[in-house]
Design a protein around this ligand. Structure first.
Ligand SMILES: [Zn+2]
Length: 476
């Protein structure tokens, strides 16, 4: 049902509920005038609410209260049993909910514990005890921790006096796209095979580790985790500093309450911070496939507290999915074309493991082939660059023949966001590349790299992601 035509003359905004085969989809009707008739476009909020495995008399209804806030009512009729609601929030497209910010409140306004799968945070299981029939689901209004972002045009400067133009490069060093190579579960083959192979290629991988020690919740509680058994080797990798570690939670087993969730994420974060004492605390988090998490808090609480970020969407590289080498090539080429961040993830590598060494090497060969266009980096490196760049602007401060001053503004926190930004200069035809000098506000000369891009001479240079001023001078 996409449009309705009704002969009414009032402006109307309302919601209707459709119920079919136990599913309930909330629709919003937005009315616009069109001549004497009114054209109605029915726009679904896309939220789907069902009762899990249920064929009793109870029904559910949903009302939209405001943007990212709905109320669910269970009409129990004769049913006096606890019921389980399954709520799916839209996770793609225009109607996407900010589901890391979502809480569920009962009729007294108390946040209730909600179960979710580690890699599908938009799907919620809510247990409704016999005495609870109303719930509000909403995205919390948290104080703005995210830096303000700016439109693309604010990162581009064109000077009419000199003919010089400048921009903050889409990706470091003028590359066209980014690629992260992720390895999950701290498997011993990461130490014996993956890291040595990555070093052959000169690539940085992101290792999603489960660094927890003995797990008192596990049936096999006396066994040590793979990470702890090989702790000295992981320490040596961290010390060398050419690979990135990320948070796959302490034990890869989910959590039954807030306290467990806090320690699963927090304990893993602390191990990583200790292994990289001089690095930014910002790191990638992935809660792990096959795990379930019960918490009354929004995921954002844990992300903020432990300086973690979760970037979903990644190409699985296990051989069991079939044709992985070809899929890898297509994935990279599609992301280069769209100038985006391509993410892939592996598990263990070797014979009778997730990916064969042959397939892994074939994928790395393809990455190498694209290396001039592709920034192959750690997930935190890429996340930092992307976040900093969106929060940055470039402006022309001063210009005279032969000299330009640019001002960079960047509002990310330098303690966490420390990935250098690249500035790309397109020089006027009359400026010889070799005679151009770039100085920072302190008068220190900045190293530049020359390149030809679409027939124009370019200079590229890296700057810290903070407020800064740069003067560009053509020497006679
Ligand atoms: Zn995992």
């Amino acid at each position: 049902m996409d449009s309705l035509r009704l002969k009414k003359t009032m402006n109307l905004k309302t919601s209707i509920e459709l119920s079919f085969s136990g599913k309930l989809i909330l629709l919003l009707l937005v009315f616009t005038f069109s001549g004497t008739d009114i054209t109605f476009s029915a726009e679904s909020t896309g939220v789907i609410v069902t009762l899990e495995d249920y064929d009793g008399p109870a029904t559910v209804s949903v009302e939209s209260l405001e943007r990212f806030k709905i109320e669910i009512h269970i009409d129990r009729k004769t049913d006096r049993n606890p019921l389980t609601l399954v709520v799916q929030l839209p996770n793609t497209g225009r109607k996407t909910w900010p589901f890391y910010e979502v809480v569920v409140l009962d009729s007294s306004g108390q946040a209730v514990s909600v179960k979710r799968a580690g890699i599908a945070w938009h799907k919620l299981w809510i247990t409704a005890p016999a005495n609870q029939s109303d719930f509000v689901i909403r995205a919390v209004n948290r104080p703005s921790q995210q830096p303000k972002t700016f439109p693309e045009k604010d990162r581009y400067v064109s000077d009419t006096t000199t003919g010089l133009s400048a921009m903050i490069s889409l990706w470091p060093d003028g590359r066209e796209a980014a690629l992260s190579l992720r390895f999950d579960d701290s498997h011993p083959t990461h130490l014996t095979k993956v890291i040595p192979i990555l070093r052959e290629y000169g690539f940085k991988g992101t290792f999603m580790v489960n660094p927890g020690g003995r797990d008192e919740h596990s049936a096999n509680s006396r066994s040590m985790s793979a990470f702890q058994r090989h702790l000295s080797e992981w320490k040596a990798v961290a010390k060398r500093g050419d690979q990135e570690f990320a948070n796959h939670t302490a034990h890869h087993r989910g959590a039954k309450n807030n306290a467990e969730m806090e320690s699963e994420i927090g304990d893993a974060a602390k191990v990583i911070w200790e292994l990289f004492p001089n690095k930014s605390k910002l790191h990638a988090l992935n809660l792990g496939g096959g795990t379930y998490w019960e918490t009354s808090r929004p995921l954002r609480y844990y992300l903020d507290k432990y300086h973690a970020f979760d970037v979903s969407g990644s190409l699985g590289m296990d051989d069991v999915y079939g044709n992985r080498v070809q899929a890898f090539r297509q994935h990279i080429e599609r992301h280069v074309e769209r100038k985006l961040w391509a993410r892939v993830h592996f598990h263990d590598i070797g014979d009778n493991h997730g990916s064969s060494e042959e397939h892994f090497r074939a994928a790395m060969d393809i990455a190498k082939e694209h290396e001039t266009k592709l920034w192959i980096a750690g997930m935190a490196d890429i996340y930092k660059y992307q976040t900093e760049r969106r929060a940055a602007t470039l402006a022309l401060e001063e210009s005279q023949p032969g000299a330009v001053t640019l001002r960079l503004s960047c509002s990310t926190r330098p303690k966490l966001f420390d990935q250098a930004l690249t500035i790309e200069l397109s020089l006027p035809k009359s400026w010889a590349r070799s005679r151009v000098i770039v100085l920072n506000a302190g008068g220190k000369q900045i190293t530049t790299r020359e390149r030809q891009q679409e027939g124009a001479d370019q200079l590229l240079f890296n700057v810290p992601p903070t407020n800064g001023r740069f003067s560009i001078t053509r020497n006679p």
